[in-house]
Design a protein around this ligand. Structure first.
Ligand code: FNR
Length: 357
C-alpha cells in the first residue's frame, strides 16, 4: 500500500465520500437530528486559546505518555467504532496494524467486523482496549469479557450512552442496513447484524443501564473498566463509585443526544469532579493538533478520534490509518513547541485563556 498523503484531517471526509458506498458513508459521517451537537464538537475548541510561549529554549517536544500503565508514543488513540468493514475489506485488522505502527492505542468495538482475537493478533502485541455494549443477555457479556481477557486486551470500555439509537436521519433516508456481519455477534441466536439497521442492533443491547450494572461488570472482569459516554460530573462520580477505573468523556461524536453541549465544553467540569481519581479519555470532534492540546490542558489524559481514522482506513488501509495518526501527532508536536511545552505532562499543566472575539 502506498503512503497516504494527508494535508489535514478535515479534508479526509470529502475524499472518503467518493469511495465509501452512500449508506455506509451516511452511517459513518452522520449525527442525530439536525446535527447541532455534531457540528459544535470541533467548533467548541475555539472557546479557549493556547498561550504562545517563545523564550523557552524549546526543541523536539515529546508526545510520549504513560497512562493505564501503558507506554504510548502519543496521547492520541483510536475510538471504538463499529463495522470498519464498511470502509475497507480488511476492516479492524488493517486499523489495528496502522494504529500499532503509529505507536498508539486501539479500542475495538463490540460491533467490529473482525473478531476480538483476530483484531488483537493484527496489532502484534500493541495495546488494545475492548469496548462493550452491555447486552440484556448476561452470558453474551461474560463471553465477550472472557474473550477480551484471553486475547490480551488491557481494559474494558463500557459504553453507556447508547441504550437507544440516536435519531440518525441519514440512516433512515438511506434505509441503511449493515451489508456485512459483525464478528462478535456470530455465535448468538439473534443474528450477526448483517441485514439489520443500527436501531435494531441497539435494541438487543440493554435499554437501561445504572451504576449497579457498571459494578456488576467491574466485579466480573479483572480488567480495568472505563465508562464511556460521560458528559456530567454526576455520572462521572456514579461511575467511579461503582468501580470505574477510568472515565471516557464523549457525546458519541454527536450521534446520540442532539442538543447537548459539545463534548469539549463539559470536559473541564467533569475533570474537576473526577479530580485525578482515575484517568480521563476524551473524544468527539478532535481534528487538529490544537484540539488535542486543549483537551489535554483541560483535564484529559488521552484523546480519541473516530471518523478521521475510518476515512484514513478507507483511503489507504493500514498505511492510511498510520498516516492519520502521524499527521495529527505532527500538528501536536508543532503546537507543543510553540507553546513551550516539552512533554505531555507540561501540556496538561498549560494554561488556556478565554478571549472573547
Ligand atoms: C462510533 N462510536 C462508537 N462508540 C462506541 O462506544 N461503540 C461503537 O461501536 C461505536 N461505533 C461508532 C461508529 C461510527 C461510524 C462512529 C463515527 C462512531 C463513537 C466513537 O467511539 C467516538 O465517540 C466518536 O467517533 C468520536 O467523535 P469523532 O472523533 O468521530 O468526532
Amino acid at each position: 500500500e502506498e503512503k497516504l498523503n494527508i494535508l489535514n484531517l478535515p479534508s479526509l471526509e470529502a475524499e472518503a465520500k467518493k469511495i465509501i458506498p452512500t449508506g455506509g458513508f451516511g452511517y459513518i459521517v452522520g449525527g442525530s437530528e439536525d446535527e447541532w451537537t455534531l457540528n459544535h464538537n470541533s467548533e467548541a475548541f475555539n472557546h479557549v486559546q493556547i498561550v504562545p510561549r517563545a523564550l523557552t529554549d524549546m526543541e523536539n517536544p515529546s508526545t510520549a505518555t504513560k497512562v493505564f500503565g501503558l507506554d504510548l508514543k502519543t496521547p492520541i488513540m483510536m475510538a471504538p467504532t463499529a463495522a470498519q468493514g464498511l470502509a475497507h475489506s480488511r476492516g479492524e485488522e488493517a486499523t489495528a496494524e496502522g494504529v500499532a505502527a503509529a505507536g498508539a492505542l486501539m479500542a475495538q468495538s463490540t460491533y467490529s467486523s473482525t473478531s476480538i482475537a483476530d483484531t488483537a493478533a493484527a496489532g502484534k502485541g500493541a495495546p488494545q482496549f475492548f469496548q462493550l455494549y452491555m447486552s440484556k443477555d448476561w452470558d453474551f457479556n461474560e463471553s465477550l469479557l472472557d474473550e477480551a481477557k484471553k486475547a490480551g486486551v488491557k481494559a474494558i470500555i463500557l459504553t453507556v450512552d447508547a441504550t437507544v439509537d440516536g435519531y440518525r436521519e441519514a440512516d433512515i433516508i438511506n434505509n441503511f442496513q449493515f451489508p456485512i456481519p459483525m464478528a462478535n455477534l456470530t455465535k448468538f441466536s439473534e443474528g450477526d447484524g448483517e441485514g439489520k439497521g443500527i436501531e435494531e442492533i441497539y435494541a438487543s443491547a440493554a435499554q437501561k443501564i445504572n451504576a449497579d450494572d457498571v459494578k456488576r461488570i467491574a466485579d466480573y472482569t479483572d480488567l480495568p473498566v472505563i465508562v464511556k459516554g460521560i458528559e456530567s460530573p454526576e455520572d462521572a462520580l456514579l461511575a467511579i463509585g461503582a468501580g470505574a477505573k477510568g472515565i471516557y468523556v464523549s457525546n458519541h461524536g454527536g450521534r446520540q443526544l442532539n442538543g447537548g453541549p459539545a463534548s469539549f465544553d463539559v470536559l473541564e467540569d467533569v475533570a474537576k469532579a473526577v479530580n485525578h481519581q482515575v484517568p480521563i479519555i476524551f473524544d468527539s470532534g478532535i481534528r487538529r493538533g490544537s484540539h488535542v492540546f486543549k483537551a489535554l490542558a483541560s483535564g484529559a489524559d488521552l484523546v480519541a478520534m473516530g471518523r478521521p481514522v475510518i476515512y484514513g482506513l478507507a483511503l489507504g488501509g493500514a498505511q492510511g490509518v498510520q498516516s492519520v495518526f502521524e499527521e495529527l501527532n505532527h500538528e501536536l508536536e508543532i503546537d507543543m513547541q510553540l507553546a513551550g511545552t516539552k512533554d505531555i505532562e507540561a501540556v496538561k499543566h498549560a494554561k488556556l485563556v478565554k478571549v472573547h472575539y
